[in-house]
Design a protein around this ligand. Structure first.
Ligand SMILES: Nc1ncnc2c1ncn2[C@@H]1O[C@H](COP(=O)(O)OP(=O)(O)OP(=O)(O)O)[C@@H](O)[C@H]1O
Ligand SMILES: [Mg+2]
Length: 404
């Protein structure tokens, strides 16, 4: 049976595993003895909800209850405690053929404050996130155990592809963050190195392939240390792994870049502590030799109705919590339940109108909607806000007709 899990974001110093369980088990049992667990699904307890000695150590707690296993104990619950590192990445600079330097990559130490909670705020078709995470965990386990790659092939290379704005880049970063939390006892540090693909094209003829090599040399320096896990993110990978042979007049320098990338990927995957995450919204333009190397080619599409609902609920909860929208009698909890209410019906209409919109557009809708409400003398209530969001969706669809 899958276990419950508790993620604890530690404030300052580490606490021992024993202290974690002796401190947090009674706290969680007490807290959810009086609060409804369902209200806290995928949601961190707020600072104001954490009291006593627990508050000295934890700045946020996320409890995930599986199969009604409550109250919790040491046997039915796994604990993940970690500190958040600084949000800002360091720039990896490489010389670009002249005497200039170019910022070739962003480098974070994970878990980073920048990606805190991003995992829980991404919604995809059922099982997509969890399956990807399990795949990544398994592939790292295989390489850690020294599986013979000539017997079982596993390149630790993932490609997420799909339309723009569907959360591919965010998901790659969130996976890296989750892995750093789950593998904390296996790896001392987890790095996320995001390659800036465009910087690898030099204006100097024949330099681009060398830039790829220089960057991978830097990555190799980190990877050499087996106690560090390195997640390499190549966003919009088609820009450096475009299909050779598709254009009749390909500049040879571009071909060199693809060749260099493939060679470097082949070399770096010999290390057991590397994971390569890539994204593309033009998978048909990617070189077939690159595609062959990917263990998983996952399509990421527009959110389904359940995803739409979750994203909108998150947005509405945020508007209520910051005080921009008023809520009467906990009506947000009932928005999808009491079918006969006006609010519920308007929300269904909003979901219907939003089918086929990307997560990126959905997240802009509240802003567009609120702009039409700011002139009101009183703060809008939930019903007014949902109606304004419907109008914003309609306007978006009209404005983008023929543009997309
Ligand atoms: N399924 C989703 N659930 C929640 N938020 C989403 C989802 N899809 C996209 N978003 C939000 O939309 C924004 C854009 O996402 P992101 O940049 O990851 O998309 P992308 O697929 O990489 O786009 P592109 O192909 O243009 O690079 C982010 O703020 C992200 O959180
Ligand atoms: Mg992207």
């Amino acid at each position: 049976m899958p276990k419950n899990s508790i993620e604890i974001v530690i404030k300052k110093n580490e606490i021992s595993a024993e202290n974690v369980s002796s401190l947090f088990i009674p706290f969680i049992n007490q807290f959810f003895g009086v609060n409804f667990i369902g209200d806290y699904e995928n949601k961190y307890l707020k600072l104001s909800e954490i009291h006593g000695e627990v508050a000295l150590h934890a700045e946020a707690i996320l409890f995930t209850c599986r199969d009604n296993q409550f109250p919790i104990n040491e046997d039915n619950t796994t604990f993940f405690s970690y500190k958040l590192n600084l949000p800002d990445p360091e720039l990896e600079m490489i010389e670009n053929g002249s005497d200039e330097e170019t910022a070739a990559a962003n480098h974070w130490i994970l878990p980073s404050r920048e990606f805190h909670d991003s995992w829980n705020n991404l919604y995809f078709e059922s099982g997509l996130k969890e399956n990807l995470l399990q795949f990544v965990e398994t592939s790292i386990l295989f390489s850690k155990c020294g599986i013979n790659p000539n017997v079982i092939s596993c390149n630790r290379l993932i490609l997420l592809h799909g339309p723009p704005g569907t959360g591919k880049t965010s998901l790659c970063k969130a996976i890296a963050q989750q892995i750093s939390i789950r593998m904390k006892d296996t790896f001392k540090y987890t790095h996320l190195i995001e390659i800036n693909s465009h910087s690898l094209f030099s204006k100097w003829f024949s330099e681009s392939g060398k830039l790829v090599m220089k960057l991978f040399d830097k990555i190799r320096d980190v990877v050499e240390n087996k106690s560090h896990l390195v997640c390499v993110l190549i966003d919009e990978v088609e820009s450096i792994a475009f299909a050779r042979g598709t254009a009749s007049n390909e500049p040879t320098d571009s071909i060199r870049v693809v060749n260099a990338l493939l060679t470097q990927l082949d070399q770096i995957r010999k290390y057991p502590n590397v994971l390569v995450l890539t994204t593309s919204n033009l998978s048909s333009s990617i070189d077939s030799a690159f595609l062959d190397r990917a263990d998983i080619k996952q399509f990421v599409g527009f959110p389904d109705v359940s995803g739409l609902k979750q994203i909108y609920l998150l947005i509405l909860r945020e508007l209520i919590e910051v005080g921009l929208v008023t809520e009467n009698n906990n009506e947000l909890c009932l928005i999808t339940r009491s079918m006969e209410s006006d609010l519920c019906q308007e929300f269904q209409r909003l979901l219907e109108a939003s089918k086929g919109l990307s997560g990126r557009i959905l997240r802009k809708i509240p802003f567009l909607a609120y702009a039409s409400l700011v002139h009101l003398s009183e703060k809008p209530d939930l019903l007014e806000c949902v109606r304004a969001m419907q109008k914003a969706v309609e306007k978006h669809l009209i404005d983008t007709k023929g543009v997309q």
